[in-house]
Design a protein around this ligand. Structure first.
Ligand SMILES: *[C@@H]1O[C@H](CO)[C@@H](O)[C@H](O)[C@H]1NC(C)=O
Ligand SMILES: *[C@@H]1O[C@H](CO)[C@@H](O)[C@H](O)[C@H]1NC(C)=O
Length: 388
């Protein structure tokens, strides 16, 4: 926990205390060492893909993100140390839960009416000759698509509802009961609802997604221990309940309700609980070999950033959205330093050879001197899910 932050603090402290010489004294130069690149360059798209893969792998909760477009990119080339990229990425939530650890290509962006979109800022270090790929820091801000706007194009589409909505919980419980009734021996319990929508079909319909864990008892066991009560989620289910109000039958007739459920189990990850020893897990991350599945790389456990969820833009009080420029619709802060001359970040642990390895980090660049070829082309042709 907080290893990187510690690392950064140590590095900063080391600088301040002049134990090591201060960051290379950059001459008084108006020219930034950050080199703008085109947002549609194939190399940039590859770097953006690696960064997003690392961001997804760092999550314990929520859905995997996919790249909609590269918004901005700068490269800071640092001789023997390779490059540090500053990426601003416009992202979309996919239908893959992060715990599924699926390959990016198997994950689809959500339907336009259930979209969650936003922006990530990331720093990504690449040293090709040394085969090092490393994400020192990231931060993202996401919002659901505006309900008002999607309803203009599709008034009858399902619309997202609060995850704590009692009807959503009821739909999850009912669909899981159906799954359990068909399960031969094991029983599953609800961990939490992760997605919820409603729609009016012939009556109220609810669509939910929820995580499940193994129940401590099998169906046949009369008594059982409660030792597994804090077990991890083992899968994710999609369920629905659709009521039809049969208007032509007398009111006494019960309302018909159809319940569906499909569950998908996560591949077991053979993780040793509590094994967060950074010396073991935070080894250098090699450039993937051909056919290397993302799951086979070492997992980095130190939190290096976070994904912030904000309400849809329409929900905000007018005061809040007024004064702000469009840029602030998706505020993402990512500053390892505020020193315009830069600071150094110790990344020696990424390199197997002895000796200090330090990257120069600069304050995250703003819009100035952005390449004319940015933002790049978007993958989803939908202006409602593009951050301004
Ligand atoms: C990431 O964002 C959070 C707020 O959401 C902020 O507290 C934190 O300092 C940011 N990280 C960096 C490295 O700027
Ligand atoms: C982006 O690059 C691809 C492949 O290099 C090219 O086909 C496409 O036209 C480019 N798009 C834009 C908007 O430049």
């Amino acid at each position: 926990m907080g290893l990187l932050r510690l690392l950064v603090l140590c590095t900063l402290a080391a600088c301040c205390m002049a134990r090591s010489p201060p960051a290379p004294p950059l001459p008084q130069r108006p020219l930034s060492p950050l080199h703008p690149l085109g947002c549609n360059d194939s190399e940039v798209l590859a770097v953006a893909g690696f960064a997003l893969q690392n961001i997804n792998r760092d999550q314990k909760d929520g859905y995997m993100l996919s790249l909609n477009r590269v918004h901005d990119v700068r490269e800071h080339y640092q001789e023997d140390m390779g490059s540090l990229f500053y990426l601003t990425l416009d992202v979309l939530e996919t239908d893959c839960h992060v715990l599924s650890r699926k390959a990016q290509k198997d994950c689809k962006p959500r339907m336009f009416y259930e979209s969650v979109y936003g922006q990530c800022k990331a720093m990504f270090h690449i040293n090709k000759p040394r085969r090092v790929l490393y994400l020192p820091a990231y931060n993202c801000t996401l919002r659901p698509v505006s309900k008002r706007k999607t309803h203009t194009t599709c008034p009858d589409c399902p619309s997202p509802i609060d995850l704590s909505n009692p009807s959503a919980l009821e739909a999850a419980t009912e669909s899981l009961a159906k799954f359990n009734s068909k399960s031969p021996s094991k029983k599953y319990e609800l961990v939490k609802v992760t997605k919820a929508m409603n729609q009016w079909v012939s009556g109220p319909a609810y669509y939910v997604e929820y995580l499940i864990k193994e129940a401590p008892c099998t169906k046949s066991q009369a008594s059982c221990s409660l030792q597994h009560s804090d077990s991890e989620p083992v899968g994710i289910c999609q369920g629905s309940t659709v009521q039809s109000s049969l208007r032509h039958v007398p009111l006494i007739q019960p309302v018909e309700k159809s319940v569906t459920v499909t569950c998908e189990f996560f591949e077991s990850q053979a993780q040793v609980p509590g094994d967060e020893n950074p010396a073991v897990t935070q080894g250098p991350q090699k450039l993937p070999q051909k056919n290397t599945a993302p799951t086979s790389s070492p997992s980095v456990t130190a939190p290096r950033g976070s994904i912030q969820h904000l309400p849809e833009l329409d929900d905000e009080k007018p005061e809040e959205s007024k004064g702000g420029s469009p840029e602030e619709a998706f505020p993402v802060q990512l500053d390892l330093t505020t020193n315009p001359q830069g600071d150094t970040l110790d990344v020696s642990f990424l390199y197997l050879e002895p000796g200090d390895k330090k990257l120069v980090v600069l304050p995250f660049p703003g819009k100035e001197q952005r390449s004319a070829e940015c933002p790049g082309p978007e993958k989803e042709n939908n202006p409602l899910v593009l951050p301004p």
